[in-house]
Design a protein around this ligand. Structure first.
Ligand SMILES: Cc1ncc(COP(=O)(O)O)c(C=O)c1O
Length: 455
């Protein structure tokens, strides 16, 4: 192994590119071709008719999801974003309501709340597994709180027992955003089955890949009907004997999934356990190789939980290394180990929250009369754990997805070793990188030492 870092002109540890993620096979190709041959790419009708519920493949896929999740109802849509919107709408959330959300997630988790003119309130995350911190959730509750959206980030379930306990005590509803966590479990209970509604993404980056797509599961028939109405031009079937007590939020969109995606989704769902098992093998191999490396904190898995590794989220202790996270990641990437720094900026830093721009340019829904009492914090410091993790600690990689080989993971671990063996030369670049090192808890910035400083 070259002792000079690739960042400084040495030979990288890994010179090949990692194989691209592709869980699709011949079975999916045949299923898609079958749909094309059938001449029915979508079986939906928007009116009060049996086809209001979609074509045969859509219904089959929904049955398969419901069976797999042991839930009475599954409602497919064209994305998880659509499912999240339909879920929030079906729960009857509206102007004057607040919904507690994490800041560390894909923005659709949070914008679903704005889409019904309600106000997102951010609670902080835990720094071990990155899910909502129940204590922070409890502090965020107000008389206007109506629901909590929990995200099982990166494939690890958030602390559902504690969050459900809070929800029960305060009469709140719970949506589980399982976009990244199909098949994840907590003491045998599957992600998506513990709250009122569970939402899965089938987009092209996800474990089940139909290109675009989403599925929402629930136990309550009225919620299922309300989501189906939001999905398919709700107003067209009103008066058609639907058992829904309330017609709130039934504005009616087309959020429907096509037959090709549904046919592929059913096959992929049948492969879910195998696909997850390979990710688990690769992730645990990488964690074993990284264990004990100084300053490197492999991802935690809470006892009783099964992580399904949408991505591999690693943390580094930049103060211990005296090298900033971004510089460390840059050095690793130069060695051919594809990690990226951070995940997303805390969502309250987005312009829509900083400038309170939602619908139109008059501050709606933030400034609307019905939301007058809601003034949640969107300033820096609102969720300090999330900010610390994102700014200084987290680095993630998708290189635990099939078709990666064991050797790919071993080589990535070797890249870590090389960077760690050459920290002194990396520290030479620290000033040039202009990256601030984290402040220690006592408020003092630990000075890093240059080689030869005599320290
Ligand atoms: C946590 C989370 N929620 C929601 C979504 C939205 O999924 P979709 O692209 O299917 O709308 C994603 C997608 O990346 C996600 O990661």
């Amino acid at each position: 192994m070259s002792q000079t870092l690739a960042l400084l002109g040495g030979k990288p540890v890994i010179t090949r590119s990692m194989p691209a993620y592709n869980p699709l096979g011949e079975e999916e190709a045949l299923a898609a071709a079958d749909v094309v041959r059938s001449g029915v790419l979508s079986g939906y009708l928007g009116s009060n008719h049996p086809d209001f519920w979609g074509g045969p493949r859509v219904r089959l896929m929904e049955e398969a999801f419901a069976k797999r999740l042991d839930a009475p109802w599954a409602v497919s849509m064209n994305s998880a974003s659509s499912c999240l919107y339909a879920a929030v709408a079906a729960l009857g959330v509206g102007p004057g309501d607040e919904v507690i959300v994490p800041p560390y997630t894909m923005c659709a988790t949070v914008t679903s709340v704005l889409c019904v003119n309600a106000i997102p309130v951010f609670a902080d995350i835990e720094d071990q597994t990155f899910g909502l911190d129940p204590q922070s959730v409890e502090r965020a509750i107000s008389p206007r709180t109506k629901a909590i959206i929990v995200v099982h980030l990166f494939g690890h379930m958030a602390r559902m027992d504690a969050i459900l306990d809070i929800a029960r005590r305060h009469g709140l509803m719970v949506i589980e955003d399982c976009a990244q966590a199909p098949g994840a479990t907590d003491n045998g209970r599957q992600a998506g089955t513990m709250g009122d509604i569970g939402v899965f993404s089938l987009n092209c980056h996800k474990v089940i890949n139909t290109g675009e797509g989403g599925v929402a599961v629930c136990r309550d028939e009225e919620l299922r009907n309300r989501m189906a109405l939001v999905r398919n031009h709700g107003e067209a079937v009103i008066g058609g004997g639907f058992k829904v007590a309330s017609l709130s939020n039934m504005l009616g969109f087309n959020l429907r999934m096509g037959e090709i995606e549904a046919a592929i989704g059913t096959i992929q769902l049948g492969r879910l356990d195998g696909l997850n098992a390979r990710r688990q093998e690769l992730a645990s191999r990488l964690s074993q190789r990284l264990a004990g490396m100084p300053g490197v904190i492999p991802p935690a898995v809470r006892p009783g939980c099964e992580h399904v590794w949408y991505v591999y989220p690693l943390r580094i202790d930049a103060r211990a290394l005296s090298v900033g996270r971004n510089l460390f990641v840059k050095a690793l990437a130069a060695e051919g180990a594809p990690f990226y720094p951070g995940y997303v900026a805390p969502l309250y830093t987005l312009p829509m929250f900083q400038q309170r721009i939602g619908f139109g340019d008059a501050g709606c829904p933030f400034e609307c009369e019905r939301n007058r009492e809601s003034r949640p914090s969107y300033v820096p410091g609102t969720c300090p754990v999330c900010e610390r993790v994102e700014t200084h600690e987290l680095m993630a990689s998708e290189c635990i997805r099939p078709p990666l080989a064991d050797r790919d993971v071993d080589d990535m671990a070797q890249a870590f070793e090389k960077v760690l063996q050459n920290l002194d030369s990396l520290r030479q670049l620290q000033d040039d990188s202009q990256e601030a090192l984290p402040v220690d808890p006592a408020g003092r910035r630990k000075a890093y030492r240059r080689q030869g400083d005599g320290a």
